[in-house]
Ligand binder design. Structure first.
Ligand SMILES: [Fe+2]
Ligand SMILES: [Fe+2]
Length: 218
């Protein structure tokens, strides 16, 4: 088992991606990279969106955290586009990600619950991407001429793992202890477990194809 796969094994996801998925999507790297580029763009936009959504009173460090993530995601976007253009591909104008849309549909609207759920949805996307990058890094390392892809996925694994931890911590901080204790309508850990279970179901329902959040071939 590769080093990254064993690191991914301890992530709290409710399902695991087999190496067969990685081999199948890497057979078509151009659309895979084009899809991936849009995910990085969306992740940068999401962090900028969250920039002004600090919960309740002003939270020290919130703006610095979100700008830091947005900066990382913009850097990932340019790395992915470099590998995409090297393979003769280019960024399209539009993109859809049913997995992310279905996750966002879980967000309860209004008050602190909405911010907590948005942070959890962001954490889940980072977490699953992390797990998928561990599979992709392992499979790309087995392929000839895919050293640049293996290096990219390995580097992104660590960065997205860091983002996952930041979003998870921000959600717990938003639900908070002490004076913030009553801000979440249900215990935050319960909500996190609910969303983890929902994420695995949503992923399972995705169509197969060369995308980061695609379904697993039968
Ligand atoms: Fe990223
Ligand atoms: Fe990220």
């Amino acid at each position: 088992m590769s080093d990254l796969i064993s690191k991914a094994d301890v992530l709290p996801l409710h399902s695991r991606t087999p190496l067969e998925w990685g081999r199948a999507v890497l057979a078509d790297p151009v659309p895979l990279l084009a899809d991936h580029a849009f995910l990085e763009k969306k992740a940068a936009q999401n962090a900028m969106e969250l920039l002004t959504r600090w919960p309740g009173e002003w939270l020290p460090g919130w703006v610095e955290t979100m700008t830091g993530i947005a900066r990382d995601e913009a850097a990932h976007l340019s790395q992915v586009v470099r590998l995409l253009t090297r393979r003769g591909g280019r960024l399209g104008r539009s993109h859809s990600n049913p997995y992310a849309s279905q996750l966002r549909a879980l967000v309860r609207l209004g008050g602190q619950d909405e911010i907590i759920d948005r942070l959890f949805a962001s954490a889940l996307i980072e977490l699953r991407s992390c797990e998928r990058f561990s599979v992709l890094a392992t499979c790309a390392a087995e392929m000839e001429g895919a050293e640049d892809l293996a290096a990219l996925y390995k580097a992104l694994f660590s960065s997205e793992l860091g983002h996952f931890k930041v979003f998870l911590k921000a959600a717990h901080r938003t639900a908070g202890g002490g004076v913030r204790r009553k801000l979440a309508s249900i215990p935050v850990e319960f909500r996190w477990q609910e969303m983890l279970a929902a994420e695995a179901k949503i992923l399972e329902g995705q169509a197969v194809g060369p995308r980061i959040h695609s379904g697993v071939p039968a």
